[in-house]
Design a protein around this ligand. Structure first.
Ligand SMILES: [Zn+2]
Length: 579
């Protein structure tokens, strides 16, 4: 798809002046303690207003867990440590025997709770790991992430020391609760202290564990409900102003967080300016939001917005586009671009039209980022942005991180001005802008649900192969084909009905592919397999206990019912548009 003359006018307006000034200002501002977060919101708001762009500021109370300090002491030697957000605050310390678990080096930042993935075969069963972990402090390579923390707690561990891969200690979070907790979530708040240490110290602690040594972990966190600001710019469209695209990113960060996420905040600011200036050429509206509570509230800002405006999002939001870590040093590749299947071509097309020789691959987003909209069911694309080519990352000896365009300064005190690259930022801002325009200015909404059917068919075929004769997924496969057949005729529907159907399908097909909790709740922050209600089909053949196998078959029967009902409802939506 070539860039249209209208699109080119928007793109030609993109400049570095306002965004780079914000990157520079934010490079001097810590943005993770609640009062500092609000001060940085004021900077965004005052600059938007100075540029004549109207901005609304919400001030909700959200639940935060703000790390203050931590340490590990073993044999009277203190080790430097950082507590991840939401670890148990244990200022008096927890003492126990150290045991080490061998992590799968390929899954150090995994959000997966599967023991095969986490341990790469070094642990064979839950019983075995419980025997090792119970009553002890676990020391293990990796990041103190939610999936791992929840498991160590379930297995009876009394503390976790995550050994980061390099000489720096990374900030992070360890709760599986998405956003501020409700009554059903609150029990999942971690009940053990968790700390991260750097690799040299971690190796010493692993050696101590081998000798049966003890350690004391101390953590200190500030926890409670804090009023935090959420600036939102609304740029009205001319034809269908009630329909809007939501473009968003977090403005709180660890330390001064330049690559993660001052560059994203700057991108959102420049998008606001260019879209506002050219608003006479926008068919539908764009909302641009900056979130607090990403780092210390596990997406509590975006989750609050989702909850507070749930019905408006449900009725009118066309797409959510997340903006995290664009414009970073050496990040010239797009091989790790996240997008749902129906939207992948929008993301890839915008990248290709701005950077014709780009390396592009799109893939399923993990349950992370500010993807707080899956339970409502919004089409979605982008999470992180451009990243370092793999060859360059290996040449530099960099381990895998989750932001900053693969710079290992991510979530450390080193994420400073040198991590941002103005030229790459300029490119990434144009990509974001073009992708937004291709949703809000499209005559026919650009969501390719046929691609989603392809994904579903492949997922179901994979599960069927794994389950063999233990469960029959052919009803699901047939229902996907029936939906695909209906979609093939949708182009014949009148435009308004066609667009209404393309919009409505997301509310059915996104939740069934990404969530297990009902709509308007939030699933836990760990990764689920595609079509999660039938995902146990992948494991049923490995279940040797006949009782467990029967239980899994009951689960699959119920799970397939949910999927079939969704596919049926989706087909009826399409047929309704054709009637
Ligand atoms: Zn980020």
């Amino acid at each position: 798809m070539a860039i249209s003359a209208t699109e080119q006018r928007f793109i030609d307006d993109v400049s570095l002046d306002m965004p780079w000034a914000l990157v520079e200002t934010f490079s001097t501002m810590h943005r993770w303690r609640p009062e500092d977060v609000n001060t940085s919101a004021d900077v965004i708001v005052s600059r938007l207003r100075a540029a004549g762009i109207p901005v609304e500021v919400h001030e909700p109370e959200i639940y935060l867990s703000v790390p203050l300090s931590a340490s590990v002491t073993a044999e009277n030697v203190p080790y430097r440590a950082k507590p991840p957000s939401s670890a148990l605050s244990a200022p008096d310390g927890v003492t126990g025997k150290l045991v080490s678990l061998k992590a799968n080096p390929k899954a150090l930042r995994s959000y997966n709770r599967d023991i095969k993935t986490l341990f790469g075969g070094s642990i064979s069963s839950v019983e075995e790991v419980k025997r090792i972990v119970g009553g002890n402090i676990v020391v293990m390579q990796g990041f103190g992430n939610p999936a791992l923390t929840s498991l160590i707690e379930e297995w009876g561990g009394i503390g976790l020391i995550a050994v980061n891969p390099g000489i720096d200690i990374h900030w992070g979070t360890c709760t599986t609760i998405w956003g501020s907790p409700d009554l059903q979530d609150m029990g999942r708040k971690p009940k053990i202290p968790v700390v991260a240490v750097n690799n040299p110290d971690g190796q010493k602690l692993i050696a101590l564990a081998a000798g049966g040594g003890e350690a004391t972990i101390r953590t200190d966190l500030l926890e409670g409900w804090f009023t935090q600001k959420i600036p939102v710019v609304t740029i009205p469209g001319t034809d269908e102003p009630e329909k809007f695209a939501l473009v968003h990113g977090h403005y709180d960060s660890w330390e001064v967080g330049v690559g993660d996420n001052a560059t994203g905040d700057a991108t959102l600011m420049e998008l606001s300016r260019v879209l506002w200036k050219n608003r006479a050429s926008l068919k539908r509206s764009v909302k641009i939001a900056w979130w607090p509570g990403h780092s210390t509230g596990r997406y509590a800002g975006s989750t609050w917005f989702t909850d507070a405006f749930a019905l408006e999002l449900d009725r009118n939001c066309l797409v959510q586009i997340n903006c995290d870590s664009p414009g970073c040093r050496w990040a010239t590749s797009y091989h790790d671009t996240r997008a749902f299947s129906e939207s992948a071509h929008i993301a890839a097309g915008a990248i290709r039209d701005i950077v014709p020789d780009a390396v592009i691959a799109t893939m399923r987003p993990p349950q992370a980022g500010d993807y707080s909209f899956n339970n409502i069911g919004l089409p979605s694309f982008f999470m992180l942005s451009s990243t370092m080519p793999e060859a360059l990352r290996h040449e530099k000896g960099y381990y895998d991180v989750s932001g900053c365009g693969a710079n290992i300064a991510w979530h450390t005190e080193n994420d400073t001005l040198e991590i941002a690259d103005p030229n790459i930022l300029l490119t990434d801002m144009k990509i974001y802008l073009l992708s937004v325009l291709r949703v809000v200015n499209a005559e026919v909404l650009p969501f390719d649900w046929g691609a989603t059917c392809d994904e579903f068919a492949a997922t179901i075929a994979g599960y069927q192969k794994a389950a063999g004769a233990l469960f029959d997924l052919s009803p699901s496969a047939k229902a996907v084909e029936a939906l695909r057949g209906a979609l093939a005729k949708l182009a014949a529907a009148p435009l308004a009905k066609r667009n209404a159907a393309l919009h409505e399908l997301s509310r059915i097909l996104v939740p069934v592919n990404y969530t297990q909790a009902p709509r308007f709740r939030h699933d836990p922050a760990y990764t689920v397999q595609p079509l999660p209600t039938i995902a146990v089909a992948a494991d049923i053949a490995d279940m040797t206990d006949p009782h467990l196998r029967r239980v899994a078959q009951v689960e699959l029967l119920r799970g397939q019912n949910r999927l079939l009902a969704a596919l049926d409802a989706a087909r009826r939506v399409v047929e309704g548009a054709l009637a």
